[in-house]
Design a protein. Structure first.
Length: 247
Protein backbone atom coordinates (compact mmCIF):
# COMPACT_ATOMS: atom_id res chain seq x y z
CA UNK A 1 0.00 0.00 0.00
CA UNK A 2 1.44 3.39 -0.94
CA UNK A 3 2.32 5.84 1.81
CA UNK A 4 -0.24 8.49 2.69
CA UNK A 5 2.20 11.15 3.92
CA UNK A 6 4.89 13.15 2.15
CA UNK A 7 7.43 15.94 2.66
CA UNK A 8 8.07 18.01 -0.47
CA UNK A 9 11.41 19.73 -1.03
CA UNK A 10 9.94 23.07 -1.98
CA UNK A 11 12.17 25.91 -3.19
CA UNK A 12 9.56 28.20 -4.73
CA UNK A 13 10.55 27.31 -8.30
CA UNK A 14 8.69 25.74 -11.21
CA UNK A 15 9.84 22.18 -10.58
CA UNK A 16 9.12 22.09 -6.86
CA UNK A 17 5.74 23.80 -7.33
CA UNK A 18 4.81 21.09 -9.84
CA UNK A 19 6.05 18.40 -7.46
CA UNK A 20 3.94 19.91 -4.68
CA UNK A 21 0.81 19.65 -6.82
CA UNK A 22 1.79 16.08 -7.73
CA UNK A 23 2.09 15.18 -4.04
CA UNK A 24 -1.18 16.87 -3.11
CA UNK A 25 -2.94 14.77 -5.73
CA UNK A 26 -1.62 11.57 -4.12
CA UNK A 27 -1.05 11.88 -0.38
CA UNK A 28 -3.49 12.58 2.44
CA UNK A 29 -1.03 14.73 4.36
CA UNK A 30 1.67 16.83 2.73
CA UNK A 31 4.23 19.10 4.35
CA UNK A 32 6.90 21.25 2.71
CA UNK A 33 10.50 22.09 3.50
CA UNK A 34 12.74 24.85 2.18
CA UNK A 35 16.41 25.67 2.65
CA UNK A 36 18.27 28.95 3.02
CA UNK A 37 21.78 28.02 1.96
CA UNK A 38 23.03 31.46 1.00
CA UNK A 39 21.80 31.05 -2.55
CA UNK A 40 22.38 33.93 -4.93
CA UNK A 41 18.76 33.69 -6.04
CA UNK A 42 17.44 34.22 -2.52
CA UNK A 43 14.28 35.71 -4.04
CA UNK A 44 13.01 32.15 -4.45
CA UNK A 45 12.52 32.07 -0.67
CA UNK A 46 10.67 35.39 -0.84
CA UNK A 47 8.09 34.02 -3.28
CA UNK A 48 7.61 30.69 -1.43
CA UNK A 49 4.80 31.88 0.90
CA UNK A 50 2.73 33.28 -1.97
CA UNK A 51 3.16 30.11 -4.03
CA UNK A 52 2.11 27.98 -1.07
CA UNK A 53 -0.93 30.16 -0.40
CA UNK A 54 -2.02 30.20 -4.02
CA UNK A 55 -1.59 26.43 -4.16
CA UNK A 56 -3.96 26.15 -1.22
CA UNK A 57 -6.47 28.31 -3.08
CA UNK A 58 -6.45 25.98 -6.08
CA UNK A 59 -8.56 23.36 -4.34
CA UNK A 60 -10.35 22.81 -1.04
CA UNK A 61 -8.96 19.28 -1.08
CA UNK A 62 -5.39 20.52 -1.58
CA UNK A 63 -5.88 23.09 1.17
CA UNK A 64 -6.94 20.36 3.58
CA UNK A 65 -4.00 18.14 2.68
CA UNK A 66 -1.29 20.83 2.75
CA UNK A 67 -0.01 21.20 6.29
CA UNK A 68 3.10 22.68 7.92
CA UNK A 69 5.96 24.36 6.09
CA UNK A 70 9.49 24.06 7.47
CA UNK A 71 12.30 26.50 6.70
CA UNK A 72 15.83 25.33 7.48
CA UNK A 73 18.92 27.52 7.83
CA UNK A 74 21.72 25.80 5.90
CA UNK A 75 23.84 28.92 5.43
CA UNK A 76 26.89 26.84 6.29
CA UNK A 77 26.57 25.25 2.84
CA UNK A 78 27.00 28.64 1.19
CA UNK A 79 29.92 29.42 3.46
CA UNK A 80 31.86 26.31 2.47
CA UNK A 81 30.88 26.40 -1.21
CA UNK A 82 32.51 28.40 -3.98
CA UNK A 83 29.95 28.27 -6.77
CA UNK A 84 28.03 30.57 -9.10
CA UNK A 85 24.88 29.88 -7.08
CA UNK A 86 26.41 31.01 -3.79
CA UNK A 87 28.83 33.73 -5.01
CA UNK A 88 28.64 36.66 -7.39
CA UNK A 89 30.73 35.07 -10.15
CA UNK A 90 30.04 34.42 -13.83
CA UNK A 91 28.44 31.10 -14.77
CA UNK A 92 30.98 28.91 -16.55
CA UNK A 93 32.04 25.31 -17.14
CA UNK A 94 34.74 23.82 -14.95
CA UNK A 95 37.63 21.53 -15.77
CA UNK A 96 35.72 18.55 -14.33
CA UNK A 97 32.98 18.97 -16.94
CA UNK A 98 30.40 20.35 -14.52
CA UNK A 99 29.12 23.94 -14.53
CA UNK A 100 30.12 26.10 -11.58
CA UNK A 101 26.43 26.32 -10.67
CA UNK A 102 26.85 22.85 -9.16
CA UNK A 103 26.81 23.12 -5.36
CA UNK A 104 28.63 19.99 -4.11
CA UNK A 105 26.57 17.98 -1.65
CA UNK A 106 23.51 20.24 -1.89
CA UNK A 107 20.84 17.66 -2.72
CA UNK A 108 22.48 15.06 -0.49
CA UNK A 109 22.36 17.45 2.45
CA UNK A 110 18.82 18.55 1.58
CA UNK A 111 17.59 14.98 1.55
CA UNK A 112 19.35 14.09 4.81
CA UNK A 113 17.86 17.07 6.62
CA UNK A 114 14.47 16.48 5.02
CA UNK A 115 14.54 12.84 6.09
CA UNK A 116 15.33 13.92 9.66
CA UNK A 117 12.33 16.26 9.68
CA UNK A 118 10.15 13.63 8.01
CA UNK A 119 11.14 11.03 10.61
CA UNK A 120 10.12 13.38 13.42
CA UNK A 121 6.88 14.36 11.68
CA UNK A 122 5.82 10.83 10.76
CA UNK A 123 6.19 11.39 7.00
CA UNK A 124 7.73 8.65 4.90
CA UNK A 125 7.99 9.90 1.32
CA UNK A 126 10.41 12.67 0.32
CA UNK A 127 9.35 14.33 -2.94
CA UNK A 128 11.96 16.22 -4.96
CA UNK A 129 12.24 17.78 -8.41
CA UNK A 130 15.51 16.09 -9.40
CA UNK A 131 15.64 15.33 -13.11
CA UNK A 132 17.97 13.59 -15.56
CA UNK A 133 16.29 14.87 -18.72
CA UNK A 134 16.73 18.66 -18.50
CA UNK A 135 19.71 19.25 -16.25
CA UNK A 136 23.39 20.19 -16.30
CA UNK A 137 24.74 16.75 -15.50
CA UNK A 138 24.69 17.38 -11.76
CA UNK A 139 25.59 14.03 -10.17
CA UNK A 140 23.23 14.62 -7.24
CA UNK A 141 20.24 14.86 -9.61
CA UNK A 142 20.74 11.43 -11.14
CA UNK A 143 18.38 8.54 -10.58
CA UNK A 144 21.17 6.25 -9.37
CA UNK A 145 22.10 8.83 -6.73
CA UNK A 146 18.49 9.04 -5.57
CA UNK A 147 18.24 5.25 -5.31
CA UNK A 148 21.49 5.08 -3.33
CA UNK A 149 20.36 7.93 -1.07
CA UNK A 150 17.02 6.24 -0.46
CA UNK A 151 18.78 3.03 0.59
CA UNK A 152 21.17 4.91 2.87
CA UNK A 153 18.29 6.72 4.60
CA UNK A 154 16.34 3.49 5.05
CA UNK A 155 19.36 1.78 6.59
CA UNK A 156 20.52 4.73 8.66
CA UNK A 157 17.08 5.51 10.09
CA UNK A 158 15.70 1.97 10.19
CA UNK A 159 12.50 3.20 8.57
CA UNK A 160 10.87 2.70 5.15
CA UNK A 161 11.75 6.20 3.90
CA UNK A 162 11.13 6.58 0.16
CA UNK A 163 12.29 9.21 -2.33
CA UNK A 164 9.88 10.12 -5.14
CA UNK A 165 11.13 12.08 -8.16
CA UNK A 166 8.14 12.64 -10.49
CA UNK A 167 10.16 14.79 -12.92
CA UNK A 168 13.13 12.44 -13.27
CA UNK A 169 12.44 11.33 -16.85
CA UNK A 170 10.49 14.25 -18.34
CA UNK A 171 11.67 17.50 -19.93
CA UNK A 172 10.56 21.05 -19.12
CA UNK A 173 7.78 21.04 -21.73
CA UNK A 174 6.38 17.90 -20.15
CA UNK A 175 6.73 19.51 -16.70
CA UNK A 176 4.46 22.36 -17.83
CA UNK A 177 2.03 19.77 -19.22
CA UNK A 178 2.12 17.84 -15.95
CA UNK A 179 1.13 21.02 -14.12
CA UNK A 180 -1.78 21.43 -16.52
CA UNK A 181 -2.87 17.84 -15.95
CA UNK A 182 -2.73 18.33 -12.19
CA UNK A 183 -4.32 21.74 -11.81
CA UNK A 184 -5.46 22.95 -15.20
CA UNK A 185 -4.70 26.34 -16.72
CA UNK A 186 -4.95 27.99 -13.31
CA UNK A 187 -1.97 26.05 -11.94
CA UNK A 188 0.08 26.69 -15.08
CA UNK A 189 -0.63 30.41 -14.79
CA UNK A 190 0.23 30.48 -11.10
CA UNK A 191 3.53 28.72 -11.75
CA UNK A 192 4.27 31.04 -14.64
CA UNK A 193 3.65 34.24 -12.70
CA UNK A 194 4.52 33.40 -9.10
CA UNK A 195 7.42 30.93 -9.04
CA UNK A 196 11.09 31.84 -9.43
CA UNK A 197 13.78 29.99 -11.38
CA UNK A 198 16.35 32.62 -12.50
CA UNK A 199 19.86 31.87 -11.22
CA UNK A 200 20.65 35.59 -10.96
CA UNK A 201 17.64 36.24 -8.78
CA UNK A 202 16.12 38.77 -11.15
CA UNK A 203 12.37 39.22 -10.84
CA UNK A 204 11.89 42.19 -13.17
CA UNK A 205 9.39 42.08 -16.01
CA UNK A 206 6.96 39.21 -16.49
CA UNK A 207 7.87 37.38 -19.71
CA UNK A 208 5.62 34.96 -21.54
CA UNK A 209 7.30 32.15 -19.58
CA UNK A 210 7.64 33.92 -16.22
CA UNK A 211 10.01 36.26 -14.37
CA UNK A 212 13.78 36.20 -14.84
CA UNK A 213 16.80 37.64 -16.58
CA UNK A 214 16.12 35.59 -19.72
CA UNK A 215 19.80 34.78 -20.23
CA UNK A 216 20.98 32.43 -17.49
CA UNK A 217 20.73 28.65 -18.05
CA UNK A 218 17.68 28.35 -15.78
CA UNK A 219 15.73 31.06 -17.63
CA UNK A 220 16.66 29.67 -21.03
CA UNK A 221 15.51 26.19 -20.14
CA UNK A 222 12.29 27.38 -18.57
CA UNK A 223 11.47 29.61 -21.54
CA UNK A 224 12.27 26.93 -24.11
CA UNK A 225 10.15 24.37 -22.27
CA UNK A 226 7.23 26.78 -22.06
CA UNK A 227 7.48 27.56 -25.78
CA UNK A 228 7.51 23.85 -26.63
CA UNK A 229 4.57 23.27 -24.31
CA UNK A 230 2.61 26.05 -26.04
CA UNK A 231 3.68 24.81 -29.48
CA UNK A 232 5.85 27.83 -30.32
CA UNK A 233 9.05 27.54 -32.35
CA UNK A 234 11.20 30.25 -30.77
CA UNK A 235 10.62 31.28 -27.16
CA UNK A 236 10.55 35.00 -26.45
CA UNK A 237 14.01 36.51 -26.27
CA UNK A 238 15.81 33.18 -25.86
CA UNK A 239 18.76 32.02 -27.92
CA UNK A 240 21.32 29.24 -27.72
CA UNK A 241 21.08 26.11 -25.61
CA UNK A 242 21.08 25.61 -21.89
CA UNK A 243 20.36 23.26 -19.06
CA UNK A 244 19.53 23.64 -15.40
CA UNK A 245 19.44 21.22 -12.48
CA UNK A 246 16.39 19.36 -11.42
CA UNK A 247 15.21 20.38 -8.04
Amino acid sequence: MPSQTALVLFSGGQDSATCLAWALARYERVETIGFDYGQRHIVELTVRPAVLQKTREMSADWNARLREDHMIDLSVLGEISDTALTSNVAIAMQANGLPNTFVPGRNLLFLTIAATVAYRRGLNVLVGGMCETDYSGYPDCRDETMKAMEKALQLGMATPMAIATPLMWIDKAATWKLAEDLGGAALVEMIRTETHTCYLGERGALHEWGHGCGHCPACQLRARGYAQYRGAVNPEGITGTSQEPGG
